[in-house]
Ligand binder design. Structure first.
Ligand SMILES: [Zn+2]
Length: 360
């Protein structure tokens, strides 16, 4: 293993590194600073239905290295994959002369962040198991924290944005337009869970009494239109990306497409309004798979927000378009956030932490 931060890491299993960052480390000419011997490093792992990403960050949140795999399914396979990735990243940390001080894991499903119990991780084929104790067996003595994936991504976005603007006390809401719709709330570097862990589950706010049936049992939930699964139902494609295809069709003058796109965009702006009026964060970050549609989506959302502002001086005063930003692309914010959870929890280990979060 090289001692140069910019050197690529290749796991024994052929895992490739997708990015090497840590510009500040390069201030020392790419060499390890001599005072790095006891510096703590944190591993973050983000597991999704299709990929697993791992990172190492330092205690200020700077990304040191990252890697990515396709994700397996089932609790045994997923656990083995996580353990292998941790071993690879741990070896990298040791080679850099750093000390592994904590591990955070972001995973979809219902999480008990006290016990590390994971349940209902449907996309990973996991009904329920204790992820924290399974990982702890392979790497004893290192604090391990488990967090819901959307909350982890929210903290990751907060960490990245915070580091760039140097702001203090930044309140941020991370709107995940993924397969489902949920929001992660970060206040001054801490994830807000609420009393029972459902804070930010805005995808299951019913907005249309006679709307589509939602997987939660209600009708007309926000998630049935303003999410990847919602768009796929409104605009079925042959394996393509539904939202870009829907936007293309609408742009070409297809009136059905224009109507359906309007339903999707208004669902998204309704989600933004709910967040703005209930949490009032400084920044609202648009993330998740649909955010990869890029600037045309952000432009469409801003146009609808301006339309709403034209009808209401109150809404205009909220200056919502100015608060929006797209999640950092090509940055593993889910894994960075998972590692940041390990840092935060490490620092507030004497405080009680809420449990039970599920976000889709
Ligand atoms: Zn629902």
């Amino acid at each position: 293993m090289s001692e140069d931060f910019a050197a690529p890491v290749l796991g024994e299993d052929g895992t490739s590194v997708i990015g090497e960052f840590g510009q500040h480390a390069h201030d020392a000419g790419g060499r390890i600073p001599s005072d790095s011997q006891s510096r703590p490093a944190f591993i973050g792992i983000d597991i999704g239905g299709t990929k697993i990403e791992g990172v190492v960050i330092d205690e200020s949140g700077r990304l040191i290295t990252s890697m990515r795999h396709e994700s397996d399914h089932g609790d045994t396979a997923v656990t083995e994959q996580i353990v292998t990735m941790i071993a690879t990243l741990h070896a990298h940390i040791a080679a850099l002369g750093l000390t592994l001080a904590g591990i955070g894991i972001g995973i979809p499903g219902t999480i008990d962040s006290e016990t590390g119990e994971v349940s209902n991780a449907v996309n990973l084929g996991i009904a329920g198991f204790n992820l924290q104790s399974r990982i702890a067996q392979s790497i004893p003595g290192v604090p391990i924290r488990i967090e819901n994936d959307v909350n982890a991504a929210a903290l990751g976005a907060w960490t990245v944005v915070h580091m760039h603007d140097g702001g203090k006390g930044l309140q941020m809401a991370f709107l995940n337009f993924g397969t489902g719709l949920a929001c992660g709330i970060v206040d001054d570097g801490h994830v807000y869970h609420g009393a029972t862990g459902v804070a930010g589950e805005i995808g299951h706010i019913p907005i249309e009494a006679h709307g589509y049936l939602c997987k939660c049992g209600q009708r007309g939930c926000l998630e049935t239109v303003a999410s990847g699964s919602g768009v796929a139902r409104l605009w079925p494609t042959n394996g393509g990306y539904a939202l870009p295809e829907l936007m293309d069709a609408a742009r070409r003058g297809d009136m059905t497409a224009q109507e359906k796109l309007s339903t999707v965009i208004q669902g998204m702006t309704t989600a933004i309004m709910i967040i703005a009026l209930s949490i009032d964060p400084q920044k609202i970050v648009i993330g998740g798979g649909l955010a990869k549609t890029g600037q045309p989506l952000i432009d469409a959302i801003k146009a609808d927000l301006r339309e709403r502002a034209r009808a209401s001086s109150f809404i205009e005063s909220l200056k919502l378009p100015q608060r929006l930003m797209r999640a950092p692309m090509n940055t593993p914010i889910g894994a960075i956030g998972a590692a940041a959870v390990a840092i935060k929890r490490d620092k507030i280990s004497n405080m009680s932490v809420n449990s039970s979060t599920q976000k889709g």
